[in-house]
Design a protein around this ligand. Structure first.
Ligand code: ADP
Ligand code: MG
Length: 348
């Protein structure tokens, strides 16, 4: 049967597009932590119950959400961060697409508790799958900030829910790895706790004012931070400034590249274009498998495209080849240099 072309109705469009935003537990948790950081929280507590299958809760002491914005919290493309596309070049927040809470509302049971400094009392809000408020109650909440609860993630998408439950343990590990990257870079105290059955575990814990080195020790463990860190500042690089820590060739290395964290201007990203180079150069100087890396690239904001994918983990640098080239030289300097040279480099 031949049908005419017609526009999809609003609700169908809402479901189709929101279902693509949060595709994993790791993305769900990442979006909530980013929102807390954007709200200028300096303490963020994440709890995963039953590997996130039952509940994800993110509590922050940030700005809170004011009452006149409640009805837009879970609306699609509703954001307090970006006004027009041209602003994106200078955006200073993690979020700007106004999609995460709409997506979480569409695929799970979303509850928001919030209180601003101007509010005398907090609010507890619930939403339907299209982002409309279904319940608004006042709630005695002494501290300012926001708690977001995501219950039964993916329960409106049965296939995704089933696969998530089957792989929940691995998904929770991925989410923890994502949290590690925020714990390493954020200027906030981040605590991540898991509750599985009766067992409660603090998985990640940092202090707000810690240096990167201190955070590496807290997040990646004392053993790693003791063994291998080299600080590298390549002051001569004009376009890119690399800053971070990387294994020494005489350190243990790891059997998998699971401790390689990359950031562009403090934003956690996936950087296969750099990890490839790291692992190549590493193999030239040692037979140990993979180094640990925590690397932030500072680059002019206008030379990076962060909007390639909804999760913003993939970025495009205007001078990516040049960046790779500079970074390879930097690695060769570090790993090829004698111990004394390395020390003097850190003092540059
Ligand atoms: P985005 O982060 O892209 O703006 P979201 O869907 O993640 O979109 O969030 C929608 C809006 O809800 C945000 O712009 C912000 O105003 C508000 N918001 C969400 N989470 C928090 C939070 N933890 N604290 C304060 N405001 C929040
Ligand atoms: Mg957001």
């Amino acid at each position: 049967m031949k049908r005419g072309i017609s526009e999809l109705d609003e609700k169908t469009v809402h479901s189709l597009s929101t279902n693509q935003v949060v595709v994993s537990l790791a993305v769900a948790v990442k979006e909530l932590v980013e929102n807390a950081l954007d709200a200028k929280a300096d303490k963020i507590t994440v709890t995963l119950v039953d590997n996130g299958v039952e509940l994800i809760e993110v509590k922050d002491n940030g700005s809170g959400i004011s009452a006149d914005n409640y009805d837009k919290i879970a609306m699609r493309h509703a954001t307090s961060k970006l006004q027009e596309f041209d602003d994106l070049e200078a955006i200073g927040t993690f979020g700007f697409r106004g999609e995460a809470l709409a997506a979480l509302g569409a695929i799970s049971t979303l509850k928001v508790f919030t209180k601003t400094a101007d509010d005398e009392i907090g609010s507890a809000l619930e939403f339907d799958q299209y982002g409309a408020i279904t319940s608004h109650m006042i709630k005695a909440q002494s501290s300012n900030g926001t708690i977001i609860r995501v219950e039964n993630l993916f329960h409106r998408i049965p296939v995704r829910r089933t696969v998530f439950k089957q792989n929940a343990k691995r998904e929770a590990q991925r989410a923890l790895a994502t949290m590690m990257s925020y714990a390493l870079i954020a200027n906030a105290r981040i605590v991540v706790t898991t509750k599985n059955g009766r067992s409660m575990k603090t998985e990640i814990q940092t202090r707000a004012g810690d240096s990167l080195k201190g955070k590496i020790a807290s997040v990646l463990g004392g053993q790693i931070s003791k063994e291998e860190v080299i600080e590298d500042h390549l002051q001569k690089a004009r376009i890119f400034k690399f800053n971070g820590f990387i294994s020494k060739t005489d350190s243990g290395g790891r059997t998998s590249p699971d401790r390689q964290f990359f950031f562009v201007n403090g934003r956690p990203i996936d950087a296969p274009f750099l990890s490839r180079i790291i692992n190549q150069e590493w193999r030239k100087v040692t037979s140990k498998k993979y180094p640990v890396v925590v690397l932030n690239i500072e680059v002019d904001q206008s030379a990076v495209d962060i909007n390639l994918a909804p999760d913003k983990r993939t970025v495009l640098l205007q001078n990516q080849k040049h960046c790779q080239f500079r970074f390879r030289i930097l690695l060769q300097n570090i790993w090829g240099a004698t111990e004394r040279d390395v020390v003097s480099m850190t003092q540059l």
